[in-house]
Design a protein around this ligand. Sequence first.
Ligand SMILES: Cc1cc2nc3c(=O)[nH]c(=O)nc-3n(C[C@H](O)[C@H](O)[C@H](O)COP(=O)(O)O)c2cc1C
Length: 318
Amino acid sequence: MMEWTDRHWRRFARTLTKCALLYTEMVTAKALIHGNVQQLTAHSPDEYPLALQIGGAEPQELFQAVIKTRDLGFCEINLNLGCPSDRVQSGSFGAALMKDPTRVAECLDAMHQASGTAGPEITAKIRLGVDDDDVNKTLPEFLEMLNQSPIQRVIIHARKAILGGLSPKQNREIPPLDYSIVHSMKKEFQAMRIILNGGLESVEHGLHEAEGLDGFMLGRAAYQKPQTLLRIDPLVFGQSAPHQTARDALLAYRPYVESVLTSGFPLKHVTRHLVGLYHEVPGARQFRRILSERAHQPGADWSVIAEALNTIQDTEQA
Ligand SMILES: Cc1cc2nc3c(=O)[nH]c(=O)nc-3n(C[C@H](O)[C@H](O)[C@H](O)COP(=O)(O)O)c2cc1C
């Protein structure tokens, strides 16, 4: 997620779940071709399993972008067909590209060719449709196109994108969710692995709504309430969580925070991702206030996080 799932967040997420697949922010194919690939895709193996998300609409560019990134350690390269922002629309990619399934097929085919048989899996992230699409007609057609392509896994954000008039935020809230059509698609395209996304508020909610599907993706719930992630390994993967409590996870994050500071980055680059760690427990508001106010000050270091953590009662349970 743009501005959210940067490497600092992903590293923190890994103290809360070992098993969940994490995604990078979207990087455009053009940027990967013309920019500094190492910088644009910077990550650590400690973040694995990790998928790279790419935006683009030109098969040739997407081919090159995958060539440049296929050996960097990502297990998946995902094409963004769901982003409704104006900037993305003006490049005619993201959700706007769903209007042109033939082009999408060419893009995915090019990405698949570039990845080769041993490279990262190529996947797509889509919406139910765009604007005034009759999704009962267009979604099966779109999935049929995917079914004919080498793509075997798709993430479906279970609402339409409205390309004129709604902001990206409104486009995550106003078009109604329709999980049932996603389930119908799974019945029709049984070999396609279908991952449900959109409006899932907890791991339990995801497991419930995605029953019969091939998985679920959490966006805002994972970011805004990171403690949600502590439940993934036990509930989804049958493994113990990396840490029993958010406090333990945060303490385990300390060496990484120190390394970020040593590299010259300010503390706020990491604390911006931590403010949602506590909700509705004694001290949560104080925790957020200390992080928001003090992490910006010159010389701010781990002691700011330690002080914030002191406001939370240590009887916390995961
Ligand atoms: C700040 C923000 C940035 C996002 N950036 C991306 C992105 O880069 N690529 C993408 O496919 N989806 C992006 N999304 C959409 C989410 O991946 C997800 O599809 C959407 O929020 C619905 O899922 P949720 O209800 O679990 O949050 C973004 C969402 C937010 C809130």
